[in-house]
Design a protein around this ligand. Structure first.
Ligand code: G1P
Ligand code: ZN
Length: 543
């Protein structure tokens, strides 16, 4: 069989966003679209000859086809070995785990995360480097540049092997190893957490529902929760990955995981609920009649890290994305460890973890994780909470309330305005930026602005600088209004408005967050002129 060199021409817009290249499936179905991007990856990552690549995705529509094309292209670029998940399935955290465990040069993740799937939905592709994490910006930019000048791609004309059976086959010189999607990942989890204690918890009648949202976490949750930890069958719901996620939006937040929220707020609710997204890197933690905000979850995990065997020695530091609430900063201060504030996107945590500066990382967008891998990790977060519930013997709401009583509560909410006209959204951001020099010192309805800027991050490890990472208006009492545009949306622009207000007094910890944040929301509306500039009356989704 031979390696073909196929002439091609560039496609516009193949620039990776917050997390890889995400586009409508229809765009990916254009002849050469996937091939061009994969060729650009291989052109940008250095010499592939003799290297190992990890490959898998969340099982959404086009996953299998893409895996087969990428295998044939990897063979044409001299890779010695590709580890591919059975059926083409690997969660994003599992890709990261497998890259690290098998010392691969990198990996390709096929997913559009929480975006809907199916022929009318989204598809995505992302390159991860040898530390297991998303490629840093200098590589993603090089990939983009390569897509703009591409003239040929190389592909073997050998058919890709079947993906459904474990085993080894060959394309050209390259070994294709179809591996179990779960095994390596599950082994790592069993080292980090007290599986015996969690097993005893379930054996004692503790009840849980894990909502796989018909996405890729299902097989992992089935194997670990019901298989290794002895949770009764039925603990995992919607646990079979479907190409279109059953037509749902696989995003674990109270709006999209409404089925789980209804279960957890019913009088006969289970003790604990959790959900994960399309590619299993996000998580939502729910107690009886209480959804834990991701920002609180990060802070609570940090405050209790030593309950889990993997973190017994304590944590070196915490990192959170800028819009994430400052609840974790309070814990870091109490622990005497640093808390880093990074731009949105998991790729900014990689250097901090590699340098041993941050052990735990989190984002307000339902992402939590640690230095065990270099991606956020939904099932990891759920297992941490199970470990904490087992060690403390307390229910979720008690743990959360005690945390607030000790550290204060950071009321928090995100308002998303989806599919806004892109020019109108840019115009609103420019309007905000134009006001930044004058905002500090201004008074608004009882709040006084301490700082207003467009967030700039200098990586403390490699000193790379990321600019224009979100407009933040910080009040003297620590309350914050943050505006930024999504880098993962595929339709027009998505405006994200993040609101945060700190409350120390435990007597005031039971207010509806939207009520607690109403004044800040009004100030944000006034300063941004969002309604006038975008024509939007209300957010599309409030979490
Ligand atoms: C969103 C989240 C961000 C997360 C990313 C990938 O990006 O806000 O925290 O890292 O998805 O899961 P955004 O659309 O805001 O650019
Ligand atoms: Zn995801």
């Amino acid at each position: 069989m031979t390696i073909q060199t196929v002439a091609t021409t560039p496609f516009a817009g193949q620039r990776p966003g917050t997390s890889g290249l995400r586009k409508k499936v229809a765009e990916f179905l254009q002849p050469g679209y996937l091939e061009n991007f994969v060729q650009a990856i291989f052109n940008s990552v250095g010499d592939c000859a003799g290297q190992t690549l990890v490959l898998g995705g969340d099982g959404r529509y086009f996953n299998r086809t893409a895996v087969q094309v990428i295998l044939r292209m990897a063979a044409a670029h001299g890779y010695a070995r590709v580890l591919v998940g059975r059926g083409g399935i690997l969660s994003t955290p599992a890709v990261s785990c497998v890259i690290r465990k098998h010392a691969a040069a990198g990996g390709i993740v096929l997913s559009a995360s929480h975006n809907p799937g199916g022929p009318d939905g989204d598809f995505g592709i992302k390159y991860n480097v040898g530390n297991g994490g998303p490629a840093p910006e200098k590589i993603t930019e090089a990939i983009y540049v390569a897509t703009q000048t591409i003239a040929v791609y190389r592909i073997s004309d050998t058919a890709a092997p079947p993906l459904d059976q474990l085993g080894i086959s060959q394309i050209e010189q390259m070994r294709v190893e179809v591996i179990d999607s779960v095994d390596d990942y599950a082994a790592l989890m069993s080292e980090l957490f007290d599986f015996a204690a969690i097993k005893a918890l379930f054996a004692g009648g503790f009840t849980m529902r894990f909502d796989g949202m018909h996405a890729v976490s299902g097989p992992y949750a089935h194997a670990i929760l019901e298989g290794m930890l002895g949770a009764p069958a039925g603990t995992v719901i919607n646990g079979t990955p479907l190409e279109d996620f059953g037509g749902h939006h696989p995003d674990p937040n109270p709006v999209n995981a409404a089925e789980l929220i209804a279960l957890m707020f019913a009088p006969d609710s289970p003790d604990f609920g959790a959900a994960s997204d399309g590619d299993a890197d996000r998580n939502m933690i729910v107690g009886r009649a209480m959804a834990v905000t991701p920002s609180d979850s990060l802070a609570i995990i940090a405050a209790n890290a030593t309950v889990a065997p993997g973190y017994r020695a304590g944590i070196a530091g915490i990192a959170r994305s800028m819009p994430t609430s400052t609840a974790a900063d309070r814990v870091a201060r109490a622990l005497g460890v640093p808390c880093f504030e990074t731009p949105t996107g998991w790729k900014y945590f990689g250097n901090l973890m590699d340098a041993g500066m941050a052990t735990l990382c989190g984002e307000e967008s339902y992402g939590t994780g640690s230095n065990h891998i270099r991606e956020k990790d939904g099932v990891w977060a759920v297992l941490f909470w199970l470990n904490l519930l087992a060690a403390s013997g307390k229910p979720v709401d008690t743990i959360v309330r005690e945390h607030w009583a000790r550290f204060g509560r950071n009321y928090y909410s995100r308002h998303d305005y989806e599919a806004v006209d892109a020019h109108a959204a840019e115009d609103m951001m420019e309007h905000l930026r134009a006001q930044l020099p004058e905002l500090a010192g201004q008074q608004f309805d009882g709040f006084s602005v301490a700082l207003a800027d467009d967030f700039v991050y200098t990586d403390p490890v490699d000193h790379s600088v990321a600019t224009r990472q979100g407009v933040r208006i910080v009040m003297t009492d620590g309350s914050r209004i943050v505006f930024r545009l999504s880098g993962t949306g595929t339709e027009g622009a998505t405006i994200r408005l993040y609101l945060e207000k700190y409350e120390a007094d435990p007597a005031r910890h039971d207010i509806d967050p939207q009520v607690a944040l109403a004044e800040l929301a009004t100030i944000a509306a006034g300063v941004s002129q969002l309604k006038a500039r975008t024509g939007r009356e209300h957010p599309t989704i409030v979490t």
